[in-house]
Design a protein around this ligand. Sequence first.
Ligand code: MSP
Length: 647
Amino acid sequence: MKSFYITTPIYYPSAKLHIGHAYCTTIADAVARFHRLLNEDVFFLTGSDEHGQKIEDTAKAAGVTPIEYVDNIVAGFQKLWERLSISNDDFLRTTEERHHKVVQEIFKRIYDKGDIYKGEYKGLYCTPCESYWTEHQLKDGCCPDCGRPVKEVAEEAYFFKLSNYADRILEHIENNPEFIEPTSRRNEMINFIKQGLEDLCISRTSFDWGIPVPIDEKHVVYVWFDALTNYLTPIGFLDDPEKFKKFWPCDIHLVGKEIVRFHSIIWPAILMALDLPLPKQVYGHGWLVVSGDKMSKSKGNVIDPMLLIDEFGADAIRYFLLREIQLGQDGNFSRDALITRINSDLANDLGNLLHRTLNMIGKFQNKKIYLPKVERAEDVSLINDAKETINFYREAMGNMNISEAVKKVWAFVARANKYIDETRPWALAKDETKKDELSATLYNLAASLRLISVLIEPYMPTTAEKIWNQLGLKDFANAKLSDAENFDGIADGHEVGAPEQLFPRIEIEETENKEPAKQNKKDAKKGEKKSAQKTEKSDEDNSEISFEDFSKIHLRVVKVLDAEPVPNTEKLLRLTVDLGGEKREIVSGIAKHYAPNDLIGKNVVMVINLKPAKIRGIVSHGMVLAASNGNDMELITSDLPIGSEVK
Ligand code: MSP
């Protein structure tokens, strides 16, 4: 059985993870799942990088010990990966004993070999990136990676003879074009090495939060030396030679573009010093940006993936990330683009295909399908397209062209929808002489959905399984790509299940004002259904709701950053609010009670998981709460920090 080993970077638990981190892990997960579909023995590793000065400083500022601090944040990482259906085989925390042993052993081996020596480090350090820089590498006097100020450090330190390996690393990169992908990153690394590599400082004495240097306990191991070796820990480097042989060298280290340097220069040098083979590939993906800007707390544009999952579900988020962004390039995240994709690709294209197919099989053939007895030109064309889709998918996924593979699968979804229109099963059902044609159409549609279910498993595992189960098929966990290749693999006379909705459409209703008391006159014209619903609602006013119902409403303290009137309205204000890292726009019917300037800087309470609604052409992503007696209205405010929960 072929083996496949893929890793994500181990994330710093200095803060909660944002959607950019979720992007990286989702890609790795899709690739791992694809290789499992190929029936390979896959090991997929992620984890947390818990030592270093930044974590020690952050914990101190929070008034807790470093381990208390990281325990809490790392539990959040693990919860996020579970909710995002991440299928990692191990989660490595650098604070674990098994990892300490590996780091200390590696340090000792390289020291004994003579590639580590003691000296004095005098230079510049970026604490957020945990990176050493020389004067000429700085950009405008600041860290070239994150743009933040660097500080001078001078301390006794151990050095790794990185410079000894520069020629061998350069040669390796030049002789192995697939070692660093994409090519743009490869070229950057070649230039970086050609400017000369200095020996790397690999120990610190000015703080304690790290793994002690085995030969000199007043030093702790430099956090990147500690972190990079994580890739060896869980695959049996010290304790399971067989497992180690199976999974090392690693197939892909998937990392963000700014840390390709650590993985394609420093890490290979460490491995060379250990006489270990180099990873087959370091893939540097681009950044997920929001309106062109990198996410950061200070810019207030950080997007919390947990909230997105609460609102839209994990599969929709995964689909968006994998489809919308070309791997290797930076890509933009926007809620509106996400909603558009959910409505068009998921609810409409995929959801309708499944629904129409199962409905017709139920209605016309009592839920049964039969192996085709006829073959028309439309069938041949559909089956050829299916084969072509699988071939393209296999090649594209194998080459990390993930968004292209996703697009191809959706082209096949569209193709299958078109096949329904071409073969017109509803018309065939009216003609007794066309029974075989009808039966062939329904079989081929079910077969297409079976294929689609397997192909989308790496992108949307929960949806894939739902489709499989609705088709009445068994044992999805063991489905492989080879099953999908067998187009007519469903047995003659098979019975399908009943259709259930996969993705509800996200309605962004065009509404005038959300104040329930004063329904706008225009709304009254919109039909009786709406007013009937209103009556039903008011009848329900006194009914009790469960605590579970109440807890579905996420209330948070947010700060109003900006407020302005919505043109041509009397009641509406457009507010920009800060949720504690994330900025949102909302429209609120409070203009008669508050002037925009009175609102700016106020901390108010907001429902943050309300379905978006379009109000006067502006998409409103939430609602602020106010008390009202019919005449006066007062916003609910709080002096607690932004992001505080209201329960
Ligand atoms: N701890 C180191 C990695 C050590 S690996 C041996 C680290 N951690 S990090 O938490 O700062 O970043 C982890 C990864 O998240 C990096 O690959 C980084 O590129 C990625 N991302 C951080 N913000 C991102 C986006 N906005 N978009 C995409 N990826 C992003 O570096």
